[in-house]
Design a protein around this ligand. Structure first.
Ligand code: AMP
Ligand code: FE
Ligand code: FE
Ligand code: ZN
Length: 285
């Protein structure tokens, strides 16, 4: 089995439609794929319809959250929710609020970038996206690539879009304990995405992950392209000590990132344990 539990489509900030994503997964030999677009379940139906026979589909989403950092402050954090009921009113309302904030924030960053002389027209960019879509910095990065300012979206992040850069604007996030509770109440399971991805910004202390385990967090993403070997070892120790499940995933974004699909994978026993804890939406197999 080849299990990849974290991927993005054009419904958020990937570059392949859900249909194309499933074809890419199939060609790469993926047997279990999770679709985890940011703050939306809008790709679930297309993915289900495009699912090739022999491939298992785990429908999920990556929730934008804010977490205690374990040092008395807070940091932004990503939380993977799997197999929750997509019609749960709390989740629908919160995802809608976050998507609206994402668009306001892309507009605000675009205005700052234009004022700084960069060829960005945020209103035009937003008008090209579906009305309710979770716009993000990768869309600004793609516009910079199209305008010839940078050679890749990753280069745009390094030089222009980074958190400590001049154009950055924060977006709304859900308190992580609230997001874990919402996912669980909707019959889903929650996994802390890339907890030690240091290049994205400040990260949580390990103690925070142990605290969240007590609040219903089911797992942590250990094998992730942005995790150094020493950090993976630490996270594996945290998982062993707390009973958190350790997952591995590519966080595939098509050509918006360089990582290929299934570059990191999850153990079948871990998937089984995750699925056993969920009751909100069926695994499609
Ligand atoms: P946002 O959610 O708008 O703050 O943008 C963060 C998104 O950009 C995440 O989903 C990442 O997948 C993506 N991202 C972060 N860093 C990079 C990078 N260096 N290159 C390409 N994409 C990135
Ligand atoms: Fe993303
Ligand atoms: Fe993420
Ligand atoms: Zn992701």
């Amino acid at each position: 089995m080849t299990i990849d539990l974290h991927t993005h489509s054009t419904v958020s900030d990937g570059t392949e439609t859900p249909t194309e994503l499933l074809a890419t997964a199939r060609a790469a030999g993926v047997t279990v794929l999770a679709l985890t677009d940011h703050d939306t379940t809008a790709g679930w139906d297309e993915a289900a319809a495009a699912r090739p026979s022999g491939m298992t589909l785990v429908r999920g989403a990556e929730f934008s959250t804010e977490s205690p950092d374990g040092r008395g402050g807070t940091v932004t954090a990503h939380l993977l929710g799997y197999l929750f009921d997509p019609d749960a009113p709390e989740i629908r309302a919160e995802q809608e609020r976050l998507r609206a904030s994402r668009r306001d924030r892309v507009r605000a960053m675009g205005v700052r970038m234009a004022a700084g002389g960069l060829p960005i027209d945020a209103d035009e960019l937003l008008a090209r996206l579906p009305a309710d879509s979770p716009a993000g910095r990768p869309h600004l990065g793609r516009a910079l690539v199209d305008a010839g300012v940078v050679g890749s979206v990753s280069e745009a992040f390094e030089h222009i879009l980074r958190k400590d850069g001049p154009y950055y604007v924060e977006k709304e996030n859900t308190p992580i304990a609230t997001a874990v509770a919402m996912i669980r109440a909707a019959g889903g399971v929650a996994v802390f995405a890339h907890p030690f991805a240091r290049k994205k910004g400040p990260i949580v202390e390990a103690s925070v992950l142990a605290d969240l385990a007590g609040e219903g967090l089911a797992g942590i993403e250990v094998d992730h392209p942005d995790h150094a070997p020493a950090d993976r070892a630490t996270l594996r120790d945290v998982a062993a000590a707390t009973g958190l499940l350790a997952t591995g995933s590519s966080d595939y974004h098509g050509t918006n990132k360089t990582t290929p699909i299934a570059a990191e994978t999850t153990d079948p026993a871990v998937l089984e344990a995750l699925v056993a804890r969920a009751s909100g939406a069926e695994v499609l197999a």
